[in-house]
Design a protein around this ligand. Sequence first.
Ligand code: CP
Ligand code: NVA
Length: 322
Amino acid sequence: ASKSPRHFLSISELSPTELSTLVNNATAYKHSALQPTWPQRNALSNKTIALLFSKLSTRTRVSTEGAVVAMGGHPMFLGKNDIQLGVNESLYDTSVVISSMVSGIVARVGPHADIANLAKDSSVPVINALCDTYHPMQIVADFATLTQAFGTPAEKLNGLKIAWVGDANNVLFDMCIGARKLGIEMAVATPKGYEIPAKIKDEVDAAGRGTIFETNTPEEAIKGANIVVTDTWISMGQESEKQKRLQAFAGYQVTEELAKRGGAAEDWKFMHCLPRHQEEVSDEVFYGPRSLVFPEAQNRLWSAISTIEAFVVNRGEIRPPK
Ligand code: CP
Ligand code: NVA
């Protein structure tokens, strides 16, 4: 049997240099990947990449399909009406069968165990397109957004402070792990009862240098922040908790006033992976001059190209463009 492929399920699997390279490649591809002279434009020619999505998606679907096309491949989208992972057929059978016919799998699932099991039995690389615990391609895009906004390569982002104000979720977990790897200072404000779970905290602490400050007071996290980030308070799969969550997160909306009260850096920037709901951020911030949300969303395309190139085309060898 051939050597099992390298998968990409979380930022935690990357060395700091690999993370910086994926991020810097994403930023480089913004200027090169859609040019006719791009050397990788046929890298996936005659190859199929399966996109298994058991949850809704706008950015991740559009960016991964676009990334496969940019490299000359065929993205095969399989939504929850085509395949219900582990429901109409076991995860094992699904993984063995699909991976016998494609060159890579990009999967969006519920529980992390589902993608871990899919990867365990797959003969081709599996890339996590979001699960309940991680969202690695989002973090590659987010850090690429920072390199572009602050005009510095990923390995020099360590002078920045990020404040996360909101729910402790998949996006935050991979962001904390990535911040640790790059030495970015991070402060996290979540309501009482919605903190980072201990198991994830241990994983974050094991990820490297840098610090994560945790609080239940948004103003404390925001102090001196160059970037304020949030996400929905109700992730996919948590819809039944909506009322309870809206109450628990009262006072957590990111606004100009909150940032001012907290003492954010004067030129602070705002980020959000989207989709956005009104409760977590005011229109003034979301559509205002501080907001990086639309370049951040477009960076999902460059992040997907960088990631699929590294894990599918280059079989897990993460290197700068030739
Ligand atoms: N940010 C993000 O992953 O968006 P989608 O859920 O639309 O893919
Ligand atoms: N935390 C959100 C992110 C969506 C991109 C969710 O899991 O639904």
